[in-house]
Design a binder for this molecule. Structure first.
Ligand SMILES: *[C@@H]1O[C@H](CO)[C@@H](O)[C@H](O)[C@H]1NC(C)=O
Ligand SMILES: *[C@@H]1O[C@H](CO)[C@@H](O)[C@H](O)[C@H]1NC(C)=O
Length: 795
């Protein structure tokens, strides 16, 4: 198609009669390409060309185009570059001649070379570098070199483009010489911090078909200015620290960044001066931003700290942040116990659940470290209960007994629930005050005490003692003798009890022979209100003393009168002469009697049985032995010291009474007159009067009874036996008498009927000489004896 157009153009050009033909071809056609059918266009025959030795003449020029004589066409012989051939000249044409010989002919040929886009625009330097401060203002211009394109017209340089277009745009400015100035204009501020290096591509584009382009790399290094403030990584930091943490503990590290570089990016940290009071608590490392504890941290003073921190760069730009330091509690506080109120003492009969103290407990620690439980020992009768939170009440758990424990130390221990747990305790001392709830108690359930007879009145016998478990007045015991009677006599006439001491005194002197024991009650009463009391039985046993000498019952010691035992001269050895009978009203050893021969006319003739008092002969009586034998027997009891009595036994060794009588008339009276003569005189008068009256009565009685009874018994009331002991029998068997003896002293008025005898001793011959001990009596008796003598019965 294009070839056809070109061909048409060249035909139009072959209008010169001279023979001129023009062709138009594009540059850069391949060798051998046909430029034009010149033979035809010149109206020549191919033979002519041959014959004419047609040739192309191009002056001195290179043979770009040759002639093909065979075909009669012009062909490309060498590459034709329009830009080399013509440069910027336009139009560009090759002018040559076609020369023929035979005939010589000359034809002009002009071949116009048309431009094709075979050159791309290009830059001298492949790259360009700029260093631009990031603070460069908008509109700043940066000159760029222009591109060059050898092609012309549309194929020449048409336009530029710059990518990316973020910061810069291109500006083309026409200059006076018609050339254009290419500039790069800053349209958006640079930021080193976002893009430190910008790489741009400048492209120059021609208008050919196809379009061609050339590029240049532009490198922009953005230079830093201090345009960025430092910035903390977080607007709020939080950290935790234990209370009591040691100084120097690192709490946290804050960090800020500054996008600037170099000195513009150097930052230092500080705690905001508005929180100056924190300076003694915390320190910040200005370089590293490490926050360090330098004070003492106490949860109970502050449990959170807000530290305002600032960061400054060298240019003075700054930022601030906040660090919240939470203090974690450590169980470092013991519970505090306060006694709200308490009783110093309570009565022992206080009911259960009596409140004795109220406590308040407080632990400044938090959570478990501050949760407190209080308790007391479980072996004391109290309990503790919480009423309100933090308040405890102490109660009695049972009724108390002062006698078991009069004082309690109640230790309340409060512990928190921390790990490890802390505790504290307080001790309350509670006194239990006394109530009179215990009666006095005697040390023994009954008492027995001994007192030896013949005591001095007022003698203290012994002491009863009662104890009272109560206290003070309630335990002050008084002793009271309870009213009772002993043998019909009030006991108070026997004994008295000392109210304070419980000492029992004898009020009188006791005689064992009259009273051997008695008992009474002593009451012990305390001083309480009302008082309590108890009683005890006290038995007093009176002990025998050897205060009674033995008393000889037989032979009767009758003072002046002589009673003699008859021993026949024919009596054998061992003949029982008589038996000394004695009693002792004392008891026991004091009444154990022994008999000894103290004096004898002839010691070789008689002996006395040590135990039984029997007087026996120990050898045959001979005619040489005196009729009148006098034995002194001593009766001793076994008391300590022993007491004794002596008795004189007259023994008549004779076969007949007259013999005896003659011997005994001159018996000396060895009874002595009493000193108390006056008494005896009065007594004698009374007795004589009494006897006189008695005699009268007796005589009358005798007269009355004589006709009725064949014998007359006259019972003497004379005190022959001065004392008749209340107890004759000796139950111990150690006494002198085996049986109860009933002694009768008889006087016969009728010798024939006389029946007088002396118990056992009466088995022997008895001679009553004088039963009286007084002179007066003796006289009377003597008269009687004389009266009776002629008929004195002798069995
Ligand atoms: C109570 O404590 C006091 C003082 O520590 C002490 O004297 C007393 O004996 C204690 N009482 C009891 C019953 O433990
Ligand atoms: C002594 O006490 C008992 C109880 O211990 C009582 O039965 C008795 O009546 C009391 N006797 C006197 C005399 O008070």
């Amino acid at each position: 198609m294009r070839r056809q157009v070109l061909l048409f153009l060249s035909v139009l050009c072959v209008s010169d009669v001279q023979g001129q033909v023009s062709y138009s071809i594009p540059e850069e056609m391949a060798k051998g390409s046909v430029v034009g059918t010149i033979a035809h266009d010149l109206g020549l025959d191919v033979k002519r060309l041959k014959s004419g030795k047609a040739r192309v003449y191009m002056g001195g020029g290179v043979g770009y185009i040759g002639l093909n004589k065979e075909r009669g066409v012009l062909v490309i012989q060498d590459r034709i570059d329009r830009e080399v051939l013509c440069g910027e000249t336009s139009p560009c044409a090759l002018h040559f001649q076609l020369i023929l010989e035979n005939p010589m002919e000359l034809f002009r040929v002009a071949v116009e070379i048309t431009d094709i886009n075979d050159n791309s625009p290009g830059f001298t330097n492949a790259e360009k570098r700029f260093e631009i401060s990031e603070s460069a203002v908008i509109g700043s211009k940066f000159v760029l070199e222009s591109a060059i394109d050898s092609d012309i017209g549309m194929n020449g340089l048409q336009k530029y483009s710059l990518t990316p277009t973020d910061n810069f745009v291109l500006k083309l400015e026409n200059q006076a010489d018609g050339s254009k100035k290419l500039e790069m204009v800053l349209q958006k501020p640079l930021d080193r911090e976002t893009q430190e290096n910008i790489s741009l591509l400048l492209t120059a584009i021609d208008g050919g078909e196809p379009q061609m382009s050339g590029t240049m790399q532009i490198f922009v290094s953005v230079l830093d200015v201090n345009d960025n403030a430092p910035a903390f990584a977080k607007s709020l930091y939080s950290a935790k620290i234990q209370e009591n943490a040691p100084k120097g503990t690192k709490i946290t590290t804050v960090s800020a960044s500054d996008k600037d570089i170099g000195s513009h990016g150097d930052v230092s940290y500080l705690i905001s001066p508005s929180k100056r009071f924190l300076y003694e608590m915390f320190k910040i490392d200005s370089k590293s931003g490490e926050i360090i504890l330098i004070g003492e941290i106490d949860y109970e003073k502050a449990n959170v700290y807000q530290i305002d921190v600032e960061v400054v760069d060298s240019g003075g730009l700054s930022d601030s942040s906040k660090v919240i330091v939470e203090v974690t509690d450590v169980n470092d506080n013991h519970p505090q116990i306060n006694i709200v109120s308490k009783s110093e003492s309570i009565q022992e009969d206080s009911p259960t659940n009596t409140v004795i103290a109220m406590l308040s407990v407080n632990d400044p620690d938090s959570e478990n470290n501050g949760n407190v439980e209080c308790d007391i020992d479980h072996d004391i009768p109290f309990k503790i209960q919480t009423t309100l939170i933090g308040f405890y009440t102490l109660f009695t758990e049972v009724t108390l007994d002062r006698e078991r424990s009069s004082e309690y130390n109640i230790t309340v221990t409060c512990s928190d629930e921390g790990v490890p747990s802390l505790s504290s305790s307080v001790t309350l001392t509670l006194q239990i005050s006394d109530v009179n709830d215990n009666p006095p108690v005697f040390e023994r359930s009954s008492y027995e005490a001994y007192i030896v007879e013949n005591n001095t009145p007022g003698l203290s016998i012994f002491t009863v003692r009662a104890r009272d478990a109560d206290w003070n007045q309630n335990a002050r015991v008084s002793y009271i003798l309870e009213d009772s009677s002993v043998n019909g006599v009030p006991v108070s006439s026997y004994v008295s009890v000392s109210a304070d001491s419980g000492v029992i005194h004898a009020v009188r002197s006791f005689d064992y022979e009259q009273i051997k024991d008695f008992q009474f009650h002593v009451k012990a009463q305390d001083g309480g209100s009302p008082p309590l009391s108890s009683n005890v039985t006290v038995k007093i046993l009176i002990q025998d003393q050897n205060d009674n000498p033995p008393q000889v019952l037989y032979p009767v010691q009758s003072g002046g009168s002589v009673v003699a035992e008859m021993v026949p001269r024919s009596a054998d050895v061992g003949y029982l002469v008589t038996k000394v009978v004695a009693v002792d009203v004392d008891s026991g050893q004091n009444a154990w009697l022994s008999y000894k021969l103290q004096k004898a006319t002839d010691r070789a003739l008689f002996e006395v049985g040590l135990q039984n008092g029997e007087i026996r002969t120990i050898r045959q009586v001979t005619d040489k032995d005196a009729v009148k034998q006098r034995l002194t027997v001593i009766v001793e009891d076994n008391g300590q010291p022993s007491r004794s009595a002596t008795v004189i036994v007259n023994v008549a060794v004779a076969d007949s009474f007259p013999e005896v009588l003659s011997e005994f008339t001159d018996f000396p009276h060895d009874k002595e007159y009493n000193d108390n003569l006056t008494f005896y005189l009065v007594l004698a008068l009374a007795v004589v009067s009494f006897l006189f009256i008695t005699c009268l009565v007796v005589i009358i009685s005798v007269k009355i009874y004589r006709w009725r009874q064949s014998r007359i018994l006259y019972q003497s009331n004379l005190p022959v036996i001065p004392y008749y002991p209340p107890r004759y029998s000796d139950t111990l068997g150690t006494g002198t008498l085996q049986h109860v003896y009933n002694y009768e002293v008889c006087r016969t008025t009728d010798s024939r009927k006389s029946d007088c005898k002396f118990g056992r001793a009466g088995s022997e011959n008895v001679l009553i000489m004088d039963p009286s001990s007084t002179g007066t009596m003796q006289r009377i008796q003597n008269e009687k004896s004389i009266l009776d003598e002629p008929d004195s019965p002798l069995e």
